[in-house]
Design a binder for this molecule. Structure first.
Ligand code: MG
Length: 275
């Protein structure tokens, strides 16, 4: 009897499925943006909205390469990757395969993201990055990497001095959510500097009780001022939160492009909220 009931229910569910057919065509692309994506909650804009204005360009001042202060955790000092492992898409970790030369790290594409051995929550982060000269591609293919706070909340790294993409996916965007206030990118072959101030989200069991917030300074220019992060972004979808630890490893994204990084350090933040 139970088996028959199961078959009947399964049959009824199956009957409700839409008839299989060709997938609807994607409206847009990674250079111009999209018109068929969902609206970001609390914003007038869709995810990767083709109509969202790109931020105005600002020419930053001279490079300010801040050396680490005494209480910083130096993650990369130009010499080696002893603070890091590589994590593949299947979750497997190995010795890092990215190159270290001339005092910088260079992504060796498709070797997995570079992940810290240490875990972090609320932090101040300093990181310098460069899109090498000779990098080709457009849209999201122009030197793409990412600063992945807690391994999941991405501040975009991309060639945005000349390259065009949707506003919420250009360099210094909170990917898929917020474009930077202005575009302070330097051209290929020059170092960019991010100073990032990050408040980790808080969970009680499965429930989010406080979202993450981030402040970002790009080449000395404020581009996000304690902006609320909406969750972990996914291409063409609304970002969502999934519970995780109070501290998680920090990572640099492998998006298949040979982007460079140097002078990476963190400070753990305590007491800023009076607690
Ligand atoms: Mg990226």
């Amino acid at each position: 009897m139970k088996l028959i009931a199961t078959i009947l229910i399964a049959g009824a569910v199956f009957a409700q499925q839409p008839a299989p057919g060709p997938k609807p065509e994607v409206q847009g692309n990674d250079r111009d943006g999209y018109t068929d994506t969902p609206v970001n909650p609390g914003q007038p804009w869709k995810v990767h909205d083709a109509a969202r204005p790109r931020p105005a360009k600002v020419t930053p001042g001279a490079l300010v390469s801040t050396p680490p202060p005494s209480d910083a955790i130096v993650l990369f000092d130009g010499k080696d990757l002893t603070k890091w492992v590589t994590r593949m898409r299947n979750g497997q970790t190995t010795e890092p395969k990215w190159k270290v030369e001339n005092g910088y790290i260079e992504i060796v594409p498709r070797n997995g993201r570079l992940v810290t051995k240490e875990k972090f929550g609320d932090v101040q982060l300093h990181v310098e990055w460069m899109i090498p000269e000779g990098t080709e591609g457009e849209g999201q293919g122009a030197g793409n990497s990412g600063i992945e706070l807690m391994g999941r909340y991405e501040i975009q790294v991309l060639e945005s001095y000349e390259g065009l993409t949707y506003a919420d996916g250009q360099a210094a965007s909170i990917y898929g959510q917020w474009p930077p206030l202005v575009n302070a990118s330097r051209p290929k072959g020059q170092w960019n500097v991010y100073d990032i101030f990050f408040e980790a989200p808080k969970f009680e069991g499965e429930r989010l009780v406080k979202p993450a917030f981030v402040t970002v300074i790009h080449n000395g220019v404020l581009v996000h001022h304690r902006k609320e992060i909406m969750g972990r972004a996914i291409h063409r979808r609304v970002a969502t939160y999934a519970p995780h630890g109070d501290e998680e490893p920090f990572s640099l994204q492998d998006h298949g492009r040979p982007v460079r990084f140097k002078n990476i350090w963190m400070r753990r933040l305590k007491g800023y909220d009076g607690q």
